[in-house]
Design a protein around this ligand. Structure first.
Ligand SMILES: Cc1cn([C@H]2C[C@H](O)[C@@H](COP(=O)(O)OP(=O)(O)OP(=O)(O)O)O2)c(=O)[nH]c1=O
Length: 199
């Protein structure tokens, strides 16, 4: 079984390295569009599963049929609004004004596809932001950090100083919850070992 990360996120690459298992990376391209009335938790989980499954197809097209492929997705949810990557500075500003001085959910789903089946877990973390003034919001955009991050911020970067506390998983906010990811891998490994034993 070969482990594969289906992601272009440098955060997910760095985090997955911490599991000390060799893996390769593929870059599937999927459409990230919430369905009407789709709950945020369901949306994030669907995207993680679609990324893992699209990654498995890419692997299969390269002749790698025994891959265990990881996909993940992160969104921020605040006041019933789903915040993904900001489209531009104005979009970013709206996000920061919404997040300022209140709590929101950072939701990450991780999925693992192996041998035609996909398993997944969703982790929701509550993140509390201090009140942000216009100068702080403008300066943070100039840092370049917000552009490629859900909700327009990176807790692991300069936005760390905006966060008063969290309830949940820090690594899930950054993009890949390691405990849950390891659990999914171990479950698949156990199923493969059982299958080999019974043959
Ligand atoms: C909230 C938050 C998000 N993020 C990042 C994690 C993800 O890379 C990104 C959310 O976008 P995603 O669409 O989940 O992922 P992605 O497009 O970066 O990568 P992939 O190829 O796997 O689809 O936001 C942080 O780095 N720090 C944070 O605090």
């Amino acid at each position: 079984m070969e482990l594969v990360l289906a992601s272009g996120s440098p955060r997910r690459f760095e985090l997955l390295q911490l599991l000390d298992r060799p893996f390769r990376v593929v870059h599937p391209d999927i459409i990230e569009q919430q369905h009407p009335h789709e709950r945020p938790l369901d949306y994030v989980e669907r995207l993680a599963r679609e990324k893992a499954e699209a990654g498995a197809q890419l692997c299969a097209s390269e002749g790698l049929t025994n891959a265990a492929v990881i996909g993940a997705d992160t969104v921020v949810v605040c006041a019933d609004q789903v915040l993904e990557k900001p489209r531009n500075e104005a979009d970013y500003k709206q996000m920061m004004e919404l997040l300022s001085g209140r709590a929101h959910q950072a939701i990450t789903a991780v999925a693992l596809h192996h041998n035609g089946a996909t398993t997944s877990k969703v982790v929701s973390t509550t993140v509390y932001f201090k009140h942000l003034n216009a100068a702080e919001i403008a300066a943070y955009w100039q840092s370049g950090e917000p552009k490629d991050k859900a909700g327009g911020y990176g807790i692991q970067g300069r936005a760390g100083k905006f966060v008063t506390h969290i309830e949940g998983s820090y690594l899930a906010v950054v993009g890949l919850p390691l405990y849950e990811t390891e659990q999914l891998i171990v479950q698949v490994e156990a199923a493969v070992a059982k299958d080999n034993y019974e043959r």
